[in-house]
Write a protein that binds this ligand. Structure first.
Ligand code: C2E
Ligand code: MG
Ligand code: MG
Length: 645
């Protein structure tokens, strides 16, 4: 029966389309892409040889040498697809260095290919694989090709299983699809030699890989034409997993947001494009051979590895110098604030999560110096570790009830005694030690734990207020902080009322602190909450006054009893202009019948200055830091001259 070439032609068409689409989608850089391109070229060659071979087989007057060339060409190129697939898998895991260090493994991987090639050489003389005398016929060694292909398939499986952690499920399916498809088409081909399904099976496998793994939208950013966040994340995961050394230039454009919001989307993208072009150009000029990435929000990365690792430092310096120069957009000179950090991994940044956490906001946490900074000098690994694990830390603290409430005394200038205190949360984690309330509260707001934490603090405070020892202290009220998320929760008043009822706490003993940020979100729910709580007799303070968006209209409209001047404001009292401003602010607030707490008073001089301004209350280290309840009771007892019995 004559063989049909229609499936081979279909395979050929499919492969050519795939090849063109990969080139058009710029899937050409990096070892896995190149191996994949090579696999497609080899498969196209194999399909072409097969078509020629079949045509010659079917024609009666083909010469033996032409027939032999077509068949041997097909069998060799077809066989090559198995080791190429294995190389592709190794490329995806980025474990070349391990392979290079292991000659045993190298031999194991090359041996089947060597045997097969030797067999083809010998075949020219003995025709043991196939011969073309009197038409194409398979020889007794023909199954050797299947056996050796099977070996590569086994290597494939071992590799994929060993490195499965580096791939998502979808990707594992896509890379592994070739195995069942290859096996089935091999069996069909053996059972029905005229079917010629192998090439088509191979083409379909490559298509699946291309769809499942080589998706450019996963990898290439369409504006900058640099590789994307996901490609960077994959590269870095592999790097840390394989314990490879890389140097990374982390470039965050500090004022990218401002540029985009002031000048618009298009100029913003033009800035990104020009920075990307600069990075490409410097990388080319200085032969850095780095992998280049654009993540998002003005964040770029250059990853140096292998023998180019030491080029990171000089390139970082040149890049900084050139990016500091003005960029011209629409005739307007734009000054960028390029923050560049050089990170040696894994020496300075030891794991993937730390790298990502550190990279997300170092430009917000450090001052702009115009110099390249070193990761090792910038970050506190314990702090990063805390940020990475804060969700677990919070869960652990909630479970083991290890949150504590400290109290910081508040002094009344008019009465010459301590009249209240602010309740402040404290957490000492068994693993990480002291966790700053800012880190804690920010994370708790994000993961929703803030509501439980807030209830805990409020209950502790109510329990304290209800106690006999508190009553003896003669304090007027306790201030409790409310976070933004709490303020916006419609259940807040009911939750607080029920705790107060439980401990029979009168509402005038509670003062709730809200921040300007919360006030800025002042939406309906927040306004309703304030209204209900105020109606019930609870008073409010505006915390950290002077740090946020001091919107006077909002301040005036809210039912506030106390304004707390922020420490950062207070710290500038030696600045004459600031002092004029402070003096007038205090006067204005007093005219509105607000009471004023000065936060962060640390010296006698500060105390005197604010007393002269006729502020009402003073809170700060000058009197006391926040202290545990027991110490606080002792402190107030002594300071207010209260007899214990
Ligand atoms: P805050 O409400 O403005 O609290 C005042 C902060 O200033 C406290 O920091 C306090 O220790 C600190 N402080 C007071 N006097 C001085 C001083 O003289 N010098 C200096 N350098 N610092 C002083 P802390 O306890 O670290 O709390 C930080 C922030 O965390 C608080 O700022 C508040 O916004 C938040 N926070 C703390 N506890 C809670 C809580 O239970 N719930 C909520 N939602 N937020 C809380
Ligand atoms: Mg406060
Ligand atoms: Mg404050």
């Amino acid at each position: 029966m004559g063989k049909s070439i229609s499936l081979d032609i279909a395979a050929l068409i499919l492969l050519v389309i795939l090849l063109v689409s990969c080139i058009r989608r710029k899937m050409t850089s990096g070892p896995p892409n190149r191996i994949f391109l090579c696999t497609m070229l080899i498969a196209i060659t194999a399909a072409s040889f097969d078509i020629v071979a079949v045509v010659l087989d079917n024609s009666q007057n083909a010469s033996d040498s032409a027939l032999y060339t077509a068949h041997v060409g097909y069998l060799i190129t077809h066989f090559l697809s198995a080791p190429l697939h294995l190389l592709f898998v190794i490329g995806l895991t980025d474990t070349w260095h391990k392979l290079r260090k292991n000659p045993g493994l190298q031999v194991l991987l090359i041996l089947p290919l060597g045997i097969m090639m030797a067999a083809f050489v010998v075949n020219a003389a003995n025709g043991m694989i196939f011969s073309v005398e009197g038409g194409y016929t398979k020889g007794p060694w023909f199954p050797l090709m299947y056996v050796l292909t099977m070996l590569y398939i086994i290597f494939d499986i071992v590799y994929i299983v060993q490195y499965r952690i580096l791939f998502s499920k979808g990707k594992i399916l896509a890379i592994s699809a070739v195995i069942p498809i290859g096996l089935v088409s091999m069996l069909v081909q053996m059972a029905v030699p005229s079917a010629l399904v192998e090439m088509f099976g191979g083409a379909v496998s490559l298509l699946i890989i291309s769809i499942g793994i080589q998706r450019p939208e996963d990898y290439v950013d369409s504006f900058t034409l640099l590789m994307k966040y996901s490609a960077y994340a994959n590269h870095m995961k592999r790097t840390f997993y394989n314990d490879k050394h890389v140097n990374i230039i982390m470039l965050n454009i500090g004022n990218f947001h401002t540029i985009q919001s002031l000048m618009g989307f298009d100029p913003g993208t033009r800035v990104l494009k020009s920075v990307a072009e600069k990075i490409r150009e410097v990388n080319r000029r200085m032969q850095g051979y780095a992998d280049l990435y654009y993540l998002d929000n003005g964040r770029f990365r250059m990853v140096f590895f292998g023998k180019n690792i030491d080029k990171a430092e000089p390139i970082a310096d040149v890049l900084m110098k050139e990016l500091k120069q003005k960029t011209n957009l629409n005739g307007i000179d734009v000054d960028l604030t390029p923050f560049i950090v050089l990170a040696r991994c894994p020496e300075e940044i030891t794991d993937f999560k730390m790298l990502m956490t550190f990279g997300s906001d170092f430009h917000e946490k450090n001052h702009y110096t115009g110099q390249v900074m070193k990761a090792g000098e910038l970050y506190d690994s314990n702090q990063l570790d805390i940020q990475n694990n804060i969700d677990t830390i919070i869960d652990r603290a909630l479970e083991s009830k290890s949150f504590q409430v400290y109290y910081q005394p508040i002094y009344s200038i008019a009465e010459g005694r301590f009249i209240s205190a602010e309740a402040l949360i404290r957490l000492f984690d068994s693993e990480h030690g002291f966790i700053s309330p800012e880190t804690l509260i920010t994370a708790a707001e994000r993961n929703g734990a803030i509501h439980k934490i807030g209830e805990f603090v409020f209950e502790q405070v109510c329990q304290f207020i209800a106690s006999e020892e508190f009553k003896r202290l003669g304090l007027d009220y306790i201030e409790v902080n409310l976070s933004v998320a709490q303020c916006m929760n419609g259940d807040l008043p009911e939750t607080l009322f029920s705790i107060m009822r439980q401990y029979q706490v009168p509402s005038d003993k509670i003062n709730l602190e809200i921040t300007e940020t919360a006030a800025a979100f002042a939406q309906r729910v927040m306004a309703e909450n304030l209204e209900k709580l105020t109606q019930a007799g609870i008073s409010f303070s505006l915390d950290d006054y002077g740090t946020g968006y001091s919107n006077m209209k909002r301040v005036i409209q809210m039912p506030l009893k106390i304004i707390k001047l922020d420490k950062s404001f207070v710290d500038e009292q030696n600045n004459p202009k600031m002092w004029i401003f402070l003096k007038n602010t205090v006067k204005m607030l007093k005219d509105m019948n607000m009471e004023i707490v000065v936060e962060g008073v640390e010296t006698q001089e500060m105390l005197d200055a604010f007393s002269d301004l006729k502020c009402d209350f003073i809170q700060g280290y000058f009197f006391s830091k926040p202290i545990p309840k027991k110490e606080f009771v002792t402190f107030i007892t002594k300071a207010n001259g209260i007899s214990r019995y």
